[in-house]
Design a protein around this ligand. Sequence first.
Ligand SMILES: O=C(O)CCC(=O)C(=O)O
Ligand SMILES: [Fe+2]
Ligand SMILES: [Zn+2]
Length: 328
Amino acid sequence: MPYPISVSAIDTTLLTRNEARKLRRLELKKYQAYEIIAKFEGTSLEQLFSPEPTRYLCLTNLCFGGVGGITTEQVSEIFNTFDGLAGIRLTHGKPYSFALFNSTASALHARETLHNKPCEFLNGKVLFIEFEFISVELEKSILQDIYSNTAWISVQDRSVIHFGYSFNYDSNEVGLPSLQFPPYVNLLLEKIRKLYPFISNMEQLTVQHYPIGTGIPPHVDSHSSFGPIVLAFSLESPVIMEFKNLQTGVIVNIDLPERSLMILKDEARYTWSHAIRARKSDLLEDGRVRERNKRVSLTLRTINPERICYCKWPNLCDRNIAHLKKDS
Ligand SMILES: O=C(O)CCC(=O)C(=O)O
Ligand SMILES: [Fe+2]
Ligand SMILES: [Zn+2]
């Protein structure tokens, strides 16, 4: 694996500001991953990585548990598609693992196919994160408004308030029309639609308060109750959200910073479950442990008026148009 280049040395001419920002963020992540390896192993990268190809590939941000938490089977599923795989060695407590090949050529082929290729899920097609979407001042005033509300109901260890429509956690279905949207939400939606014109008017808002150590179990927001886009704002503190591909079992951890907006669509909305693990700290990609703090989220959805889902995954769907056609 070649020695990492410095982030400041990236040529960003010909790129838009947004593309350049994304590239810099990616390079920074890679740079940090290399630095972490050097730190854990207590030696320099020149000592650790051969300048010539070898039979070994180092997989960064990948281990049991924490960020990149994954099983051997899940990694094997990706690498088994390459000839000459000899084995996967996952580490415990170190944020990197290894793939072993029978020959240098087969290792090189796998590396050329995978290295620097963004994960389908994260490449900004189905999951988007807008950092600092909400200003510090706006966050403060939204939180003031939220904490002065008295309509909280308890759900497991967290508290929720529903606006637009209520939600029944027993039947996992949208309920009756409820409180009107607070004015700040309309402001946020106006800004979202400028950046993402494909997003229609949201109709249901859930405000949730997570005390330290609490989370939300793995789930997919009800297909039949809600539309194809789910929005989630994070306030007050960041958290790691765990996504699991329901078809392959692959797990991807996404860091949701405070004041960010997350948009889920297509696969991210329908074929991956999401969860926040109930724990008091999160393990970050750079190996640091981040203590949790209390967190507030605002999730927004549209309503499916006929309670029918038109998604492309009827086998993962609770009430798909394909099932209904078959039954009639
Ligand atoms: O708290 C969050 O960011 C997500 C909440 C969520 O997944 C939900 O309400 O369905
Ligand atoms: Fe959800
Ligand atoms: Zn569906």
